[in-house]
Design a protein around this ligand. Structure first.
Ligand code: MF3
Ligand code: CO
Length: 260
């Protein structure tokens, strides 16, 4: 069942998202060569606390950390570790979610550390652009499949692949709600988009083949061919004025006074 959110609920989600953006902005300064992913997660925990919010991830199905930190061939759900030290030439995805007044927000970014290969840089850009290609399909009359197809077509036209085993999702009073938002699919299929839907759109783009494996820790998702992966995610509300990217770069004030 897809839950549609009221304007008031979307305002609360926008506040959750605003705080998540603040956490990302500060955390980014700590993501550099020489630090461990465990240290980055400690910082994330502190920043989340300072925002008077809770991590949406810690404890979720037993997940042990505040952030998912996924370097290089790790696609998503990398568990932060004191033994995993980032180095120049790495790319790394950081995925975090917050709970504010019972409302969730969810976002991910992939960053490069120092000079990386042009393919790695391109992969990061394609994941980000794929998100916007998907968001542009959030229009009255469209279906989820239109977004899914647009994302897949764009990514494949760049010579990369989209992961099939993990998908985006509705979000609201839970981290994962209906509908699923795949990064692959057929135009005209899936649920119709409606005002009040809030979706976490999250292209997972890989340099090689789409297949992934889950490591023995039962969380870490790696590409089967061990080629690079990039992840971009934002929480987007579908309002009467069209899609609003709650965790995206636009200013919160754009959304502060929704009209009744
Ligand atoms: N951000 C991830 C998603 O969109 C959730 C991470 S799963 C967790 O599905 F266990 F780490 F919370
Ligand atoms: Co998500």
């Amino acid at each position: 069942m897809i839950s549609l959110k009221s304007k008031n609920e979307i305002s609360l989600m926008a506040e959750s998202a605003k705080r998540l953006k603040a956490v990302f902005r500060e955390l980014k300064k700590n993501v550099r060569a020489g630090v461990t992913t465990g240290e980055i997660d400690e910082k994330a925990e502190e920043l989340i606390r300072n925002q008077k919010t809770k991590s949406a991830f810690k404890g979720y199905r037993g997940y042990p950390a505040c952030a998912c930190i996924s370097p290089n061939d790790v696609v998503v759900h990398g568990i932060p570790s004191k033994n995993c030290r980032l180095d120049v030439g790495d790319i790394v995805s950081v995925d975090m979610g917050l709970i504010y007044e019972g409302y969730y927000s969810d976002a991910a970014r992939t960053w490069s550390l120092g000079n990386v290969t042009s393919e790695a840089q391109n992969l990061i850009q394609v994941a980000r652009k794929a998100f916007y290609v998907g968001m542009a399909e959030m229009q009255i009359g469209n279906r989820i499949g239109d977004m899914s197809h647009a994302i897949q077509s764009y990514v494949e036209s760049c010579g990369f692949s989209v992961v099939r085993d993990f998908v985006g999702h509705g979000i609201g009073r839970a981290l994962h709600e209906d509908p699923q938002v795949p990064n692959f699919g057929t135009p005209g299929r899936g649920p119709k988009l409606e005002v009040g839907m809030v979706l976490a759109i999250e292209p997972m783009v890989v340099a090689g083949k789409h297949e992934v494996d889950i490591l023995k820790d039962s969380w870490t998702v790696v590409t089967r061919d061990r080629k690079l992966a990039a992840h971009y995610e934002d929480t987007v509300a579908f309002t009467e004025k069209g899609p609003v990217n709650l965790t995206g770069p636009q200013e919160y004030s754009d959304f502060e006074a929704p009209e009744d």
